[in-house]
Design a protein around this ligand. Structure first.
Ligand code: SF4
Length: 389
């Protein structure tokens, strides 16, 4: 990038001017990672100071049986496959109850598009979970699942959301977004929920008072311009509804051989690599700068590794995914080397060691507890630092 354009972009960011599609593409073309980080950190600090939010959540997947076969997905199984599973209501409540012993405040539930589970199963599970765990927030279902429920129930998304909210639903999840560009999407997604339906369902959820997350799956066959377009669609919808609480760039993951059947399910694997740390940090930085009207940018440490998660806090992110035990749809493998479990104390150390102030939040981003600021470097020099994988 030439020095003139660099100065121009820098001036826009420091003046708080909205960046264009061309600006976003130019930022991705820059190889000056430190400069990108500085711009993104400026914006992140304007919005969120040196705070890093987190909550204590657990992921629960009620079924891995799915009617679709998305090319990148290593989670889905077909009916009859030996490791296909579907929890009945009691199993789901028992499993959530076991997790609740670890002080969780949020359950994150996403599932395959099960071909024969009846619609009433879903509100029933939510109702029973809420009865068993009244203090736990239920963040459940992607827009893709809501559209699936429309198909299997004959109900509208509006009626479905009303029924789920009456059963205890507090927020949708942000999944199913992947990359909205139709040409890329045709190659990676195998269900019918595309931008029109995804945005229709989130718009509806916002109109009903929900705050929802938005995601982007990056680092597979898409190009930076597709990431820019993806974020700009979301920014426009956010101008309209103001209902997105957070944007979450999700790093596309390779499958490892499943120990149970030896199959690699990710059909993109032979023609893709996973995003390198520098590419991830660039994606966080550009996302923070372009998506100027979303309050938070979250890093899911389980998909990025702990060191990149820490660094992302200097590249625009101000929110860390909580202490996940199971994270299946984009991280089905156990042999990828990354940890799957973090407890509150681990997250606090991770945030303090990166030099930020931890703030525990609710699903709706209300503050539960502000922790002390990070000790000064001079104080910390006398202590052994953690080594984060
Ligand atoms: S990503 Fe979701 S919809 Fe697609 S195959 Fe996997 S579980 Fe099914």
């Amino acid at each position: 990038m030439d020095a003139g354009l660099k100065r121009e972009l820098e001036a826009k960011v420091y003046a708080g001017e909205r960046l264009t599609r061309e600006d976003g593409i130019a930022l991705y073309e820059s190889d000056d990672l430190a400069w990108l980080g500085r711009l993104a950190h400026h914006r992140r600090t304007e919005l969120n100071g040196d705070r890093v939010m987190f909550n204590i959540n657990r992921h629960l997947n009620l079924t891995n049986v799915c009617s679709a076969s998305c090319a990148y997905c290593s989670f889905q199984r077909k009916p009859g496959e030996k490791d296909a599973y579907t929890m009945n209501v009691d199993e789901a409540v028992r499993k959530a109850g076991e997790m609740a012993e670890q002080e969780l405040t949020e359950l994150h539930i996403v599932n395959g598009l099960h071909p024969s589970l009846p619609w009433h199963y879903y509100p029933t599970v939510l109702r029973e979970l809420k009865a068993a765990l009244p203090d736990v927030s239920l963040k459940c279902f992607t827009a893709t699942e809501i559209q699936w429920f429309e198909k299997i129930s004959g109900r509208s998304a509006s009626v479905i959301l009303d029924e789920l909210m009456a059963a205890g639903l507090e927020s949708l999840t942000g999944g199913g977004a992947e990359i909205f560009d139709e040409e890329v999407r045709r190659q990676i997604v195998d269900h019918d929920c595309h931008w029109e339906d995804w945005s229709r369902i989130h718009r509806l959820a916002h109109a009903k008072g929900m705050k929802t997350p938005a995601t982007m799956l990056y680092g597979h066959i898409e190009e930076p311009r597709h990431r820019v377009d993806h974020v700009l669609r979301l920014r426009e919808l956010q101008d309209e509804t103001g209902g997105f609480a957070v944007f979450i760039p999700l790093r596309y993951q390779h499958d490892v051989v499943d120990s149970q059947d030896g199959k690699i399910r990710n059909r993109l694997q032979s023609r893709t690599t996973m995003a390198a740390p520098a590419e991830s940090l660039k994606t966080f930085a550009v996302s923070r700068l372009l998506f100027d009207n979303v309050p938070h940018v979250k890093c899911c440490w389980v998909l990025h590794g702990l060191s990149v998660a820490q660094l992302s806090l200097n590249f625009g992110a101000d929110d860390l995914d909580g202490s996940v035990v199971e994270y299946k749809i984009t991280h089905d493998a156990d042999a990828s080397g990354g940890p799957h479990t973090m407890h509150r104390e681990d997250l606090l150390d991770l945030i303090w060691d990166a030099g930020f102030q931890p703030v525990e939040r609710t699903t709706r981003y209300e503050v539960v507890r502000e922790y002390d600021k990070a000790p000064s470097l001079a104080d910390r020099r006398s202590e052994p630092q953690q080594v984060w994988a």
